[in-house]
Design a protein around this ligand. Structure first.
Ligand code: IMP
Length: 454
């Protein structure tokens, strides 16, 4: 099975990094195909913790090719920090390849992201403020700057110059609007307190220094820049296994998620084709990763959200704080209506259920099996209409909980009957087998269900 896509089945932070890390053991290459450093993967290897935002999770294996595909938006400063951090810890990064076609997150993208969120006020998306949306917007506007542009200072300067004029104007307008709003709200005294909306020209947006700074990144990244699509074809055509690593998750998908409370890329399996440069027939398997409960960071509908003791239990026992922003994640029961939607949308072959250990001590365990609208209409399927999704109430099935600490379980037989029944219920409802279960953060803290991956 040479092409395997791994995607998040919920709202992100499902533990995809750990699953990729485990499956990568039997793969030859790992490719990220969308998103940027809004993502955060934590991998615990021999008690040592590694946090990645951009580098594919397979980097801890010295013999795997790790690629950042063309669909990724890349902040070169963050990437270089990650490379340096890994080198300091003795990890070889010579197998890292970066697509020459990937787009760069520029400082003005980060400023615009923050300024846009501030401008939206109560309507803000709750982005990670890493410049993801503005960077993808520039890509669509054909004003983007790509990795390959770093290699020619003349071209780089021209492209930055073309983009910069619009950005400075947009930032100025956002700043003026913001000041007007503050004045109306009688907040004149605090004016200018927010550096993200400071009046342009911003010294961080000086053409000359930006060009120099980015050309410098180009020199450092040059050994890693490659035609990653071709490298994928060579691996796949040679019968090697390639893992396509999704970031974020299905319900944050720009087209199919809970728009506008989504990210600006397509984190679903189909997007691996565009974001890595392969054909649909190159994908042999799609694995979805879901937590045993649900979490969400940022704003947007979340039907099964809890604001009670059970939610607190998930937050604390599951250490539900963002890897990228440190924000507290919203927690709730497993939403099977949303999961079944994600299974179909990605045409998943298998599910991985992570953090099952976190549910220990909760009884009963609730799983949402349908929604009810304010008017009493029943939704067995994930509703496409945003206003409906915002106001639905979940209807739950109650399943028996368990008290056993699962962190030492390594086989299905070690799991309590209630935990197995919980997994069976999820698999039956979603219509795909659960193949792997996470019972702790460690690499070895997993239970293979049925047969193992090999
Ligand atoms: P952006 O991707 O920074 O534009 O943020 C858009 C939405 O996606 C916000 O609700 C973020 O909290 C969410 N988001 C982006 N990346 C991740 C992630 O890796 N995990 C969970 N949520 C994310």
């Amino acid at each position: 099975m040479p092409g395997i896509v791994i995607v998040g089945a919920q709202w992100g932070d499902e533990g995809k990094g750990k699953v990729v890390d485990l499956l990568a053991e039997q793969a030859d290459a790992v490719v990220r195909f969308q998103g940027g450093n809004n993502a955060g993967h934590t991998i615990v290897r021999d008690g040592e913790e590694f946090k990645f935002h951009l580098i594919p999770s397979g980097i801890l294996y010295p013999d795997k090719l790790c690629m950042i595909g063309n669909g990724v938006v890349l902040d070169p400063r963050i990437l270089l920090d990650e490379i340096d951090g890994l080198k300091r810890r003795g990890i070889d990064v010579s197998n890292l390849r970066i697509s020459a076609n990937a787009h760069l997150i520029m400082p003005y993208h980060v400023l615009l992201d923050t300024a846009g969120e501030v401008r939206l006020g109560k309507l803000s998306v709750g982005t990670t403020r890493r410049g993801i949306g503005p960077c993808y917007a520039d890509k669509a506007l054909r004003l983007g700057i790509r990795v390959q542009d770093l290699l020619d200072e003349k071209i780089l300067r021209k492209k930055i110059m073309a983009a910069l004029a619009f950005k400075q104007q947009a930032l100025r307008e956002l700043s003026v609007q913001r000041r007007k709003l503050r004045k109306e709200a009688g907040e004149g005294a605090r004016e200018g307190a927010d550096p993200s909306v400071a009046a342009a020209p911003d010294p961080r947006l000086d053409l000359h220094s930006l060009t120099e700074e980015f050309a410098g990144y180009g020199h450092r990244l040059e050994p890693h820049i490659a035609d990653t699509a071709r490298l994928c074809w060579e691996a796949l055509d040679g019968g090697h296994t390639v893992i396509f690593e999704g970031a974020q998750a299905t319900l944050l998908d720009l087209d199919h998620g809970t728009y506008p409370f989504v990210t600006s890329s397509n984190p679903i399996a189909g997007a691996a084709t565009v974001g890595a440069g392969i054909g649909p027939a190159d994908i042999d398997q799609v694995w979805g990763v879901a937590k045993a409960y649900a979490t969400r960071v940022g704003a947007g509908p979340f039907p099964t959200e809890l604001e009670d003791e059970a939610g607190r239990h998930m937050l604390e026992r599951g250490h539900e704080y963002g890897t990228t922003t440190g924000r507290e994640r919203r927690c709730g029961w497993m939403d099977l209506v949303a999961l079944r939607y994600a299974v179909r949308l990605n045409r998943m072959d298998a599910l991985t259920i992570t953090k099952l250990d976190v549910l220990s001590g909760l009884d009963p365990l609730l799983v949402a099996v349908r929604y009810r609208s304010r008017e009493g209409a029943i939704f067995d399927q994930f509703p496409y209409h945003q206003s409906i999704l915002h106001s639905v109430e979940p209807e739950y099935e109650e399943l028996a909980g368990f008290d056993l600490d699962l962190s030492e379980c390594r086989s299905e037989a070690d799991l309590p009957a209630q935990a197995r029944a919980y997994l069976d219920f999820i698999a039956d409802f979603a219509g795909v087998p659960v193949r792997l279960v996470g019972v702790g953060p460690g690499r070895d803290q997993v239970v293979w269900v049925g047969q193992s991956a090999d």
